[in-house]
Design a protein around this ligand. Structure first.
Ligand code: ATP
Length: 362
């Protein structure tokens, strides 16, 4: 079993007069067998959280429970977790066979033959049997990462901890390994916590994703839930590529006023805004912006500045009132830079965030 609970987990690094709160009262309940991705920008506290879970960092306050057992102060080797690092951390002068078997050799009382058998099984699972007698220096980045995974898998831990394991691989290999890790995790059914700063990795891999900013949990949920129903402007801007477009507006009864245009809103939207500040941020995802004829309601005139055909979609960049926007439109539609168009942000697709604190109000 491997249910992992973080209760008010806090880590403060003491650094002279200015203590750094790297992780601030983090509460996460990770189900047995779940694949949870911790995601957020550089410095948000992802690695520190993972290192506290692994026991590599002393927790300042709060608790870490593994199947209801308090492991907050246990030594790393007493936690039955295996960690995979970004730089693989392989022993350079040991063969792949020894690298994979080493952890078992020092932590279990299995004899040499038993360990060798487990190494062979693991290598088979990862399709690296032919590499067993090579040294890490003779392997490609992808092969080294497989060996690092093998070293974690062989121990049959209750929890896998992975810290940006794919960030040293090129884009194509990253995509392949992403699928392989997911498949492996599903087959082994081992609770996994995966750290990345890459929102695409988070969206595609996680059963759930936990989005952190500045040491604090912003939202935890299934990837599409976070995408479609972000709880605040930070999550809305972080999840999704290209990013959500934002513009400042002010509510006045049944309209949102922008410096360049006014936008009529329904009574339903007005009701959603009763408790909110008059100053709001309107958010609209690139794929929800429509290019329309000028006579539609809430249509805003603009000129397309740049187009980027991506195949299935085309990114169109334009400006309204000195602010840049990105629209993602059907790749089959002909559009060129210099085209004069009207854009619409359909009301059912817009997000509205409270100007005071960025909380989502619609
Ligand atoms: P990255 O993606 O860049 O690795 P991260 O989200 O993993 O970032 P952490 O490495 O957990 O972030 O760092 C969180 C905060 O704690 C940062 O402000 C960082 O500078 C600080 N920090 C991390 N380790 C230490 C340390 N050993 N001593 C002092 N401050 C630290």
């Amino acid at each position: 079993m491997g249910r992992l609970q973080l209760n008010d987990l806090t880590k403060v690094f003491e650094s002279g007069a200015n203590d750094i709160v790297a992780v601030n009262e983090l509460n996460i309940d990770i189900r047995d067998g779940e694949f949870l991705v911790l995601v957020g920008p550089s410095g948000c506290g992802k690695s520190t959280t993972l290192r506290c879970i692994a026991g590599l960092e002393r927790t300042t306050s709060g608790q870490i429970l593994l199947d209801d057992r308090d492991i907050t102060h246990r030594k790393p080797k007493e936690r039955n977790m295996a960690m995979v690092f970004q730089n693989y951390a392989l022993y350079p002068h040991m063969s792949v066979r020894k690298n994979i078997g080493y952890g078992l050799k020092i932590t279990s009382d299995l004899d040499k033959d038993e360990i060798n058998q487990r190494v062979e099984q693991t290598a088979e699972l990862l399709e690296i049997k032919e590499l067993l007698d090579k040294e890490p220096g003779d392997l490609s980045g992808g092969q080294q990462q497989r060996v690092a995974l093998g070293r974690a898998i062989i121990r049959e831990p209750e929890v896998f901890l992975m810290d940006e394991p794919l960030s040293n691989l090129d884009a194509k290999l990253r995509t392949t390994m992403r699928t392989e890790i997911q498949q492996l995790q599903q087959d082994m059914d081992i609770t996994t916590i995966y750290v990345t700063h890459d929102q695409t990795e988070a969206m595609t891999m996680g059963d759930r994703i936990a989005i952190l900013d500045d040491g604090e949990l912003q939202q935890i949920g299934e990837p599409l839930e976070c995408y479609h129903r972000p709880v605040n402007q930070f999550v809305a801007g972080f999840i999704g590529s290209p990013s959500m477009n934002f513009l400042s507006v002010r509510q006045s009864d049944d309209q949102l006023e922008h410096d360049e245009f006014t936008y009529d809103i329904s009574t339903e939207t007005q009701e959603a805004l009763t408790e909110a500040s008059r100053n709001l941020t309107l958010g609209i995802r690139p794929e929800h912006i429509q290019l329309v004829g000028g006579d539609e309601a809430n249509a805003v005139p603009t000129t397309i500045q740049v187009v980027e055909p991506m195949g299935e979609v085309t990114y169109a960049y334009f400006e309204v009132g000195g602010q840049n926007y990105t629209a993602s439109i059907d790749g089959e539609r002909r559009i060129e830079s210099g085209d004069e168009v009207h854009v619409v942000f359909p009301e059912e697709k817009i997000h509205l965030f409270d100007g005071r604190n960025g909380a989502a109000v619609k």
